[in-house]
Design a binder for this molecule. Structure first.
Ligand SMILES: Cc1ncc(C[n+]2csc(CCOP(=O)(O)OP(=O)(O)O)c2C)c(N)n1
Ligand SMILES: [Mg+2]
Length: 603
């Protein structure tokens, strides 16, 4: 059989039930083998979309996501999707076609050649810094070892993308499957050492106000059930990052909120008032701890549990105890060491009060316009969903508003380009999720601007008839960019609005030309009935939500420009719109020395 046949057969054997591709001569054997192996495939209209779809598939199914791209531009077009999978830890395999070996700059005797073969680019060095493994397959006899190693690396430890570049003559080369040598995992001694849990338990038992800060690593490690069990057993309030929002349903009594500059007040109050932060699977990125690491959780002993040594060693956020462990392994050890609930009843009640009193929906969102405020949509959508959907969101206001205000329930999955915030991620990722989970409804929320960057995928949606409900928030272009330019440059717009270079087509006409059903929401009266109708109908559908062009994201931690051009931000508990001093004092005075923050604040 050909090398290409071996690859397709292997993918089928390991449970990959769908691959994403955009064809090309440089990958002709590779995709011919996909057809021959009866490996189901989805053809996107841009390789970036193939990569994002593979990632959406991986995240929605917890299986390996696979995308094929051709040589040259096919390979480079995959890049943004690969980076997203790298930063958000999604197990993905990318297989690219390449010119035949004798015509590759990689194997050429002359160094410094820009190109040798036809439509050739040497993709391996380009992706090396954003993959766990990138290999130029120059020996057909190596196929089994290389593919098995790639899949092993993509799916174990901190998951992530891998890429195999296969020259045309290797794709078509014949191999004897029986004679191929497999990948032999070199055992690392006794296996991973059990985490030293003693100190963690000791700190937990002494804490009066502990917070479990949950990051996406818990989901990546397949440890969500253990997390829920541990939180319930210990009765410890849980704050999550926005990326990890689906780790616990919003109405779970222990769920408090999200921390971060665009988190919510309950989540931020809880981490700022905590005397112990047990961070699990979070990199403690600025989007979680704020832009001023020295102002984060000032009175807390901080424990960070992560399996990525580089994340633990980053060092910008002060951490008192670092534990290198997988989330599941850590939670198991914790279960063995501490079975009793912690005595934190009063603290739990305080957190629950914050959760009710400072819910995002209660913020002073502008409801005076005919067009909807995005927060009204987020609230109504949260109510209208059943609890078993996959929700995929895009960059722009969708990223922030749904990150704050979507209330997850049941077993919903929340998928977003968390680290990279790529415009145009949502539609292809939703296609991937729908391809992998035909049993459920995929809800995709994008902006009118973000949709444009992968709009060609409407045809993929039409072609395959996936059960994706696409909600497009129409707010006349790039509301988020206008907000930035209002805040920092006195409203001088560039590349943000109709008058500054960005205009958008009529979405109803777009929907008609892709033959997709279309429903508009023009005012608040029609919002809930239209949501219901959209969710009841089967198959793909576009709902255009006419929303405020001047959407404000609140609450938010403000930053101010310094004389030297730098920025200084407020601490996490000081969110705009500012609460009256006496209210902040009432809520946090018992736990925090509020005076100590005074000179750091931005108005
Ligand atoms: C690939 C990419 N390019 C540029 C940006 C910067 N960016 C962030 S949000 C945004 C505008 C998004 O517009 P839209 O989707 O309509 O959302 P809105 O802000 O209007 O809600 C831009 C240009 C980005 N995140 N990704
Ligand atoms: Mg917009």
């Amino acid at each position: 059989m050909r090398v290409s046949d071996w690859i397709a057969r292997y993918l089928k054997q390991i449970g990959v039930d769908r691959v994403f591709l955009l064809s090309g001569g440089g990958m002709m054997h590779l995709i011919d083998a996909v057809a021959k192996a009866d490996l189901p495939y989805v053809c996107c209209h841009h390789e970036q979309a193939c990569a994002m779809a593979a990632e959406g598939y991986a995240r929605a199914t917890d299986r390996l996501g696979v995308a094929y791209g051709t040589s040259g531009p096919g390979a480079t077009n995959l890049l943004t999707g690969i980076v997203g999978a790298w930063q958000d830890s999604s197990p993905t395999l990318f297989i690219t076609g390449q010119s035949k070996r004798s015509q590759t700059i990689r194997l050429a005797a002359t160094k410094g050649l820009r190109q040798f073969g036809t439509f050739e680019v040497d993709i391996v060095p380009i992706v090396e810094s954003v993959t766990k493994f990138a290999h130029f397959l120059d020996d057909p006899a190596d196929v089994r070892r290389v593919v098995e190693e790639a899949v092993h690396l993509a799916t174990t430890g901190r998951p992530g993308p891998v890429l195999i570049d296969v020259p045309l003559d290797v794709q078509g080369a014949l191999v004897d499957p029986e004679a191929l040598v497999g990948y032999r995992l070199v055992p690392d001694g006794e296996g991973a050492a059990a985490p030293d849990i003693g100190q963690v338990v000791d700190r937990l038992e002494r804490a009066e106000r502990p917070v479990l800060l949950v990051g996406h690593g818990v989901r990546c490690g397949g440890a969500v059930p253990q997390l829920r069990a541990a939180a319930e057993r210990l009765r410890i309030p849980v704050v999550t990052t926005q990326l990890a929002k689906d780790a616990l349903p919003h109405d779970h009594p222990l769920f408090v909120g999200h921390c971060g500059p665009k988190g919510d007040r309950p989540g931020n109050f809880a981490v700022q008032a905590a005397d112990l932060i047990l961070s699990l699977g979070s990199s403690l990125h600025a989007q979680t701890v704020g832009y001023e690491a020295d102002l984060f959780a000032p009175g807390a002993y901080r424990i960070q549990v992560d399996l990525d040594r580089a994340v633990l060693d980053r060092g910008d956020v002060p951490v008192d105890l670092r534990v290198e462990a997988e989330a599941g392994q850590f939670l198991e050890a914790l279960a063995g060491a501490r079975g009793e609930p912690l005595a934190t009843g009063a603290w739990q009640e305080q957190c629950a009060r914050w959760k009710d009193d400072y819910a995002v929906a209660r913020e002073p969102h502008d409801l005076t316009t005919t067009e909807l405020n995005f927060y009204e949509f987020a609230d109504a959508l949260s109510d209208a969903l059943n609890g078993d959907e996959v929700i995929v969101t895009d960059a722009g206001s969708a990223f922030y508003v749904l990150g704050q205000a979507l209330r997850c329930k049941g077993d919903q999955r929340y998928i977003v380009s968390g680290a990279l915030g790529s415009m145009g991620y949502a539609l292809p990722a939703a296609l991937g999720a729908a391809a992998g989970r035909p049993d459920i409804t995929v809800v995709c929320v994008t902006g009118d601007g973000s949709l444009q960057t992968n709009i060609q995928e409407l045809q993929t949606l039409r072609h395959y008839g996936f059960n994706v409900k696409l909600f497009v928030i129409s707010n006349d272009g790039y509301a988020s960019i206008r907000n930035t330019q209002k805040g920092f440059f006195s409203g001088q717009y560039i590349g943000a609005s109709r008058d500054s270079g960005v205009s958008l087509p009529d979405l109803e006409a777009v929907a008609a030309s892709y033959a997709l059903p279309y429903l508009p929401v023009r005012d608040r009266e029609t919002l809930t009935p239209t949501l219901r109708e959209a969710l009841e109908r089967s198959g793909p559908l576009i709902v255009e939500v006419h929303a405020q062009p001047e959407q404000v994201v609140i609450p938010t931690v403000a930053s101010r420009k310094l004389a030297n051009g730098g920025l200084r931000s407020n601490p996490l508990h000081v969110m705009h719109p500012l609460l009256p001093d006496e209210v902040l004092k009432r809520e946090l005075g018992p736990y925090l020395d509020l005076e100590a923050f005074n000179e750091t604040q931005a108005e």
